[in-house]
Design a protein around this ligand. Structure first.
Ligand code: TYM
Length: 331
């Protein structure tokens, strides 16, 4: 059975982008593949969270994984820092990752721009840690959103380079995966770019947002003065709202508003009201389960412990092999 790995940084609550870009695929894949889904708390250290925030965020992501339908009986759910073998593999891969290629990564360039006062080595080698996460379980499929495509390309580079250096077929090549034909990018509500945790207030709709908060955010979403001609191309901020509608609403609803736009009869107030209600409906079951699971500390503890044991079994197998290949042999 093919192995699947994916993770989400523990930097706060999960949003619609995380759900439709990644988690929805996790839930489907757990039925068919050998899946490892983790919470990337080591990755979150690049932004220096306080210990209390770090722990709270890890717990929240664990709750939301479970609430969204990841089943610990089917998939291995674990916290990255519970598997120290990942950090060890990261160290080995770092010896074989080059400054030039790391500096060229788009995410690194973005981070230099967004946090110029904290350009730490962890940011630079972020794609190496991500490669370690994936190849530690010898995964071949990685369910992620479109923004992670370049990281997957780098993971393949590091895996292949290790194989070539030691002339061994240790790691298979991992590829980004989505059940639909292409990787997904969910736009934000602010009219530009993707939905993201660090994109500013009001950009993201969180799975834990109450219906009222969802309605307020959507009603405030950026729109323009309306179409000027029939069948015109939609400007980015309008296309973005249609893109969100595509994932939360029925095809009929989408077509209805598309026709209204094309005939210049659309009223953005009605359009946004419908979009907000469809988001509320789509997220309702998750919101309910978040409430239930949040209070069940013993269940969360059990899931995390069980996941750590299973993930370490797989990771330590790989590390044993890697140590042997590198030449760390016992006397
Ligand atoms: P992160 O935490 O930024 O996002 C987690 C997942 O959600 C997807 N995603 C989106 N998809 C579509 N539209 C959006 N607006 C959107 N925003 C986020 C991301 O593509 C991702 O799949 N480096 C990773 C975490 C990570 C990882 C890994 C993933 C660490 N190690 C190993 C896979 C395998 C990250 O920062 O994702």
């Amino acid at each position: 059975m093919e192995t699947v790995v994916s993770g989400i940084r523990s930097t706060g609550n999960l949003h619609l982008g995380n759900y439709y870009g990644a988690i929805q695929n996790f839930v489907k894949m757990q039925k068919e593949y050998n899946c490892y889904f983790f919470i990337a708390d080591l990755h979150s250290l690049t932004t220096h969270p306080t210990p209390a925030d770090l722990h709270g965020n890890v717990k929240q992501v664990l709750i939301e994984y479970l609430a969204a339908g990841i089943d610990p009986e089917k998939a291995t759910i674990y916290i990255q820092s519970d598997v120290p073998e990942v950090a060890e593999l990261y160290l080995y891969l770092n010896m074989n990752a080059y400054l030039g290629e790391l500096e060229r990564s788009t995410s690194f360039k973005d981070k230099i721009r967004s946090q110029p006062d904290n350009v730490n080595a962890g940011l630079l080698t972020y794609p190496v840690l991500m490669a370690a996460d994936i190849i530690i379980h010898k995964a071949v499929k990685v369910p992620v959103g479109k923004d992670q495509e370049q990281h997957l390309e780098m993971a393949r580079t590091f895996a292949n380079r290790f194989n070539r250096l030691y002339n061994r077929e240790c790691f298979p090549e991992p590829y980004a995966f989505n059940f639909s034909s292409s990787l997904v990018k969910i736009p934000g509500l602010d009219g530009k770019g993707k939905m993201g945790k660090s994109e500013g207030e009001g950009n993201a709709v969180y799975l834990s947002d109450s219906p009222d908060v969802i309605r307020k955010k959507v009603m405030k979403a950026v729109t323009d003065g309306g179409p000027q001609t029939e069948n015109q191309e939609k400007p980015e901020e309008i296309q973005n709202l249609f893109d969100i509608m595509k994932v939360v609403s029925t095809p009929d609803t989408l077509e209805h508003f598309d026709n209204l736009y094309n005939s210049m009869n659309i009223r953005y107030g009605d359009f946004k009201k419908q979009l907000a209600e469809d988001i509320v409906l789509a997220t309702a079951p998750i919101r309910e389960r978040i409430k239930d699971i949040s209070t069940d500390a013993s269940y969360l503890r059990q899931v995390a412990r069980h996941g750590a044991i299973k993930a370490r079994e797989s990771a330590s197998r790989t590390i044993k092999e890697v140590r042997e290949i590198i030449g760390f042999r016992s006397f």
